[in-house]
Design a binder for this molecule. Sequence first.
Ligand code: ADP
Length: 425
Amino acid sequence: MQESSNKNKAVLTDNKLVESEIRYRRLFESAKDGILILDFESGKILDANPFIIKIIGLPLDETIGKELWEIGLFSNKEESELAFIELKINGYIRFEDMPIQSQNGKVTNVEFISNVYPENQSIVIQCNIRDISERVLAEKAIRKSEQNLQKQNTEYAKLNKEYSSLNEELTKSINQIHHINNDLIIAKDKAEESDKLKSAFLANMSHEIRTPMNAIMGFSEFISDPELSQDNFIKYIEIICASSQQLLTIVSDIIDISKIEADQFSIETAIVDINLLMNELLVTYKKIGSFSKVKLHLSNDSPDKPIQILTDGNRIKQIFNNLLNNAIKFTREGEIEFGYELKENFIEFYVQDSGIGIAPENQSIIFQRFRQVESNKKQLNEGNGLGLSISKALVEKMGGTIRVNSELDEGSKFVFTIPYTNKIE
Ligand code: ADP
């Protein structure tokens, strides 16, 4: 009884083993990974499944009994033996990416894992081989696209740099255009302003010329009257002379300004005795001043010593005429002092009055052509706005400068310098 139940158990166990063997075989045959079974001692192949057979391209019967390097799993015997030693020491070995060269030369990339297992009375090595060629291809594609991306990035960075420098140049050009535009607007404004000033000047000029002309013509007619008294005759002749002088000044100013504009006026130098020149001016302006409530003084820095320099005396007189006429014109009552001071390298001439003065905002514009202080223009409708600009051009042509110090209602001091280097001792 006991014996038959033992027999039954043995039969059952045998049956289970057979079933398990069948299942194992099915898995082995259909696996989508390669499986190789090797002898632990010799390293020779004991079994191989169809998947690995397909990869290595050798029939199963030719595969069995071979070592791994012989079927293309390692490139040579030494490499294969080294791996075998490592496996024996660790009981495990893994190569993440290993090429297998099949019989027809095709290379397949695989992941290779070996483990050591006891089997019945012996020990075997099981090698699991996974085809990773698709993964390798995908990685290669990723690497390539990364490289392409890097290349594109580099090109983009280069383009970006070029774009930045183009942008910079564009900004520069735009700024330049803005500048040019601004300059053009300024030039246009100036041209319009100068056009306006010239029109105003012409209108003013015709008035300026007509006034003395009318006086000359009218009084010339009166003096031809045979019944005219001696007193009136003299009075009319004086008016004709003064008007002629006024006309001459206007015409000279127009000629001067035209020459200045055309850069055609010249300075004619000769030895000039400054004290003599100043005294001549005093005599002339004492006469003119005697008609007004203005007291005129001359203050020479060195009245006794002859100051002789090489310069254009007529031009200096012309400047003084402009300044003194203005001083008289804009000082209805008060004092005018003119003279000079000797400085290190130049003479400083001046005309100082106690007249209406000039507001700070007008002190530079009065040196421009045709410019007059608006409020004065209404008050005193005389002059053409050229005297100071002519004086400035003359002074600068002689190497000097001209300036004004003034306060509204406190009077003005016009100062101009002439280099003293031409002094004759
Ligand atoms: P004009 O006297 O013929 O108008 P100028 O060029 O000599 O031309 O002078 C320009 C302007 O400067 C004058 O119209 C006047 O407004 C101002 N100006 C010149 N000199 C004086 C002065 N001494 N006092 C006050 N204003 C002055």
